[in-house]
Write a new protein. Sequence first.
Length: 367
Amino acid sequence: MKITRIEAIPFAIPYRKPLKFASGEVHIAEHVLVRVHADNGIVGVAEAPPRPFTYGETQAGIIAVIDSLFAPQIVGLSLLDRETVHTRLARTVGNPTAKSAIDMAIWDALGRSLDVSVTELLGGYTDRMRVSHMLGFDEPSAMVAEAEKMRDTHGISTFKVKVGRRPVSLDTAVVRALREHFGDGVDLYIDGNRGWTAAESARAMREMADLDLLFAEELCPADDVLGRRWLVGQIGVPFIADESAVTPADVTREVLGGSATAISIKTARTGFTRSQRTHHLAEGLGLEVVMGNQIDGQLGSLCTVAFGSAYELTSRRPGELSNFLDMSDDLLTEPLRITDGELTVRPGAGLGAEIDPEKLRRYRQDH
Ligand code: MUC
Ligand code: MG
């Protein structure tokens, strides 16, 4: 089970419906497919989504760091040497999605080699998660129509509403329109991607006090240390740290500093190895956990559901698993399907993902 080669392949698939939010927007999934080859003939796969507005990574940078720094440090190790891989990758700062894709492709290859699923290898709690859908910026009527379509087509009844615009009434009007349209038939929470100040966030939360929100996520920057602590101390719902708490150390710092009371775990940025550590930390600290989405394709979503299903804490809340529905196409031979509001893990070894060679030929950008 020796790792012989790591490939980083750029590909681009347009979104049918771009996602817009306070820190940026995504029109094309310009991701990197990572393949880890082992000497037993097994190949593990995962994808890295560059998100320059969140982590500073680019597609070209992900490929460069994998080819020039990470692959040479990992080729020759066994698929079982996950702690050594983690330690070697950690010598380089940053580059979270590049590191995570390598880590997850190794777990996939290990599962395939042992003929067990990644979910079983990690914890094996369940085989499915309820799905929460993310609603990007638009007019209130369009966002209500999108939620209705998701509910009618896929049975989804939990929605994360992107907020953080100015004036705040642009966003509070959307949340109110959703609540008025669906009544108590849906669960709603909001994500500001740091778009508001602490004072704007407090005002918005007061305006929405009657709308029964589940959570509020990254409404203002964590770097506004005192403002954020002041905000989190006064709102009546768990405050999720997402991009402010990427590593377990970030989680500890934000939570002990009073700047968050819940966290988002995203396998796209912490892989399986670091997400495990974050999960265990969250359990120890007694935090709410939501499995988040890095605007992943189907392979990334499969990674999220594989991890989220492995533990009781991560499968308790609906996971953000549906951004791939907005893409015009994908790479998997067998597309993911959300049915009755749930996404199941793939039966079989590893992640159970097969890449369609024809689709990869069509969308890869390196030839
Ligand atoms: C999210 O939860 O914030 C948008 C920006 C990002 O980093 O992730 C997405 C979704
Ligand atoms: Mg977020």
